[in-house]
Write a protein that binds this ligand. Structure first.
Ligand SMILES: Cc1ncc(COP(=O)(O)O)c(C=O)c1O
Length: 412
């Protein structure tokens, strides 16, 4: 439908209304939930108590009393906000301590704190790449990495998911200019891990730079929870630039970029999403620092999480639930159809479980799914209860998914 009004000018309101109607028709309307209380894997959501299997608090740190109290004390000393951007007078000692701690944890020379992972991913391609360069990315990389490449002057080239051979072909086909090879370590909607060793070899052969987004891996995978790069046995020389987000397993907010001195300096001096924004609250940096220490020093959280993931997968197998092949706390259950994904999530909610119904554009068309996430805050009983609630829905999901596959729906 044409939204042009009198005089040929597009009517924004009319265009938005058309888009709203289309979203309703396609089952793509998103709804925010009002969370009023969170504790140990449970939330009050729009007034109802639910077990939360939708978040990213993988280690159960977001409500840890020691971290909460560290933040309370810090806010008494340093107030609520940073007061300015880092480059003016908003860079506090607390930010500095957090940067140092993350760099030490991961074994990189230098770190830079951002207000969020999204901002950091906008920063890296913009700061490092120029016209004529290439940003090579996995097709399922997070939206922030894709947006970062689009904002840079470089060409964005995407290879099929987790296909390092295709990545090599793409790199060879786009010779000339600098190469940034960017990938999620753990893919946020699929839960699988990137082929990091192959990608590191490729970056090395092509004299490119490998940039790994550890958002869903930090704290969870690898020795001392150092993430997917450490789990793959790669050194800082092989994976020179990493993003650690603080809002998922670390339970806080913000993100830390770690890397070689030259790369961090270039980002700090030139990235618009670093320079032109207020620094994160110092008290949040204190909370994140406490969380980093706990993630390092409390391996029982990872061990518990691993046990819960294994229990969930085993229980799903026994109940005929076909999960995606993931061994991380992200355990997607493909549904295919948008409306069915929403419907199943609503049925689960009625039984006391909060689970994300993920639909395009967060996943490819036809790839709607329940994104079930586990946390060290859950108990065996919580996981079993979710499995029991999912069991009666299994046949309906399988029937619909198989029907869609027969009708040629795009697999995710
Ligand atoms: C892989 C990945 N990278 C980056 C981000 C952005 O991080 P933040 O939430 O800190 O902006 C996310 C958030 O969902 C993510 O899943």
């Amino acid at each position: 439908m044409n939204a042009a009004g009198q005089g040929g000018r597009i009517d924004l309101r009319q265009r938005a209304q058309v888009a709203v109607e289309q979203r309703v028709q396609d089952g793509l309307v998103r709804r925010r939930r009002s969370i009023s209380h969170c504790h140990q894997g449970k939330v009050s959501c729009d007034g109802q108590r639910l077990l939360n299997f939708a978040g990213n608090d993988y280690l159960g740190l977001a409500h840890d009393p020691a971290i909460v109290s560290a933040m309370q004390i810090a806010s008494q000393n340093c107030g609520v906000g940073a007061g300015a951007s880092h480059m003016v007078c908003g860079h506090h000692r607390e930010h500095e301590l957090l940067e140092r701690a993350v760099a030490d944890w991961l074994g990189y020379p230098r770190a830079l704190l951002f207000g969020s992972g999204y901002l950091a991913n906008l920063a890296v391609p913009q700061a490092l790449l120029q016209a004529g360069d290439v940003c090579l990315q996995d097709k399922l990389d997070h939206a922030s990495l894709i947006d970062g490449a689009r904002l840079s002057q470089a060409s964005l080239v995407r290879y099929p998911h987790a296909d390092a051979r295709a990545a090599r072909r793409q790199a060879q086909a786009h010779a000339g200019g600098a190469l940034l090879l960017a990938t999620d370590g753990v893919f946020s909607m699929d839960g699988d891990v990137a082929p990091l060793r192959e990608l590191a070899n490729l970056a090395n052969e092509q004299q490119g730079l490998l940039y790994v987004d550890e958002a869903h891996a930090i704290g969870v995978l690898g020795p001392d929870g150092r993430g997917s790069v450490a789990a793959a046995g790669l050194t800082p020389a092989q994976a020179p630039l990493l993003l650690v987000t603080l809002g998922k397993a670390l339970g806080a907010c913000g993100a830390v970029l770690v890397g070689q001195d030259w790369a961090i300096e270039q980002v700090m001096q030139t990235a618009r999403s670093y320079i032109y924004t207020t620094a994160p609250p110092p008290a949040v940096a204190v909370a994140a620092l406490a969380a980093v220490k706990m993630a390092r020093n409390e391996p029982w959280r990872r061990a518990k999480l691993e046990g819960l993931v294994a229990r969930f997968r085993q229980g799903a197998r026994e109940r005929g639930l076909r999960l995606l092949d993931s061994h991380t706390p992200i355990q997607p259950l493909p549904v295919g159809d948008n409306a069915l994904a929403v419907h199943v999530a609503q049925e689960l909610e009625a039984r006391g479980f909060l689970v994300g119904a993920i639909r395009p554009p967060s996943v490819p068309p036809g790839g709607a799914r329940l994104r079930i996430t586990l946390s060290a805050a859950h108990t065996d009983h919580d996981v079993d209860a979710l499995l029991d609630a999912l069991e009666p829905l299994a046949a309906r999901i399988a029937q619909r998914r198989d029907g869609d596959a027969a009708a040629g729906a795009v697999p995710c």
